[in-house]
Design a protein. Sequence first.
Length: 151
Amino acid sequence: MREWLTTGSIDDIQRRAIADGVIQHGQNMSRSHGGHAEPIACAVMDDDVLIGGVTGRTEFDRLYVNYLWVDAPWRGQRLGTALLHRLEALALERGCVEALIETLDDDVAQWYERLGYQPIAHLPKYCGPWSRHTLLKPLRPDQELASSKPA
């Protein structure tokens, strides 16, 4: 017998199963077109304590940056820049030609631009007062962004 559940009657295990199902479907779809996502990450430690890191994946010759974080006491020391540059270098070793990153923070989007990322999409008030910024960066000096190539 079919039973419909709504928010209050769906538990964390069911929510996780839904998310995992979407992820698995996306991975299967990607693989059917020759894609194979590989995790990629870089972290920085101080006296055996994690103080920052960056994670993502590489697929279809592109680095997709998921998370970039530096613990509050360590911010302003260029660790974020160093982490991102190290991740980009690792992605280059894997044959990536560009990197994609997103943020909801206007100031962070401007910081990414200073690091060579170019805005390719902007959705104002995506989440309350925050706008969604999508930025792309060529990883090789001679590389033109895919989004700017003539059709």
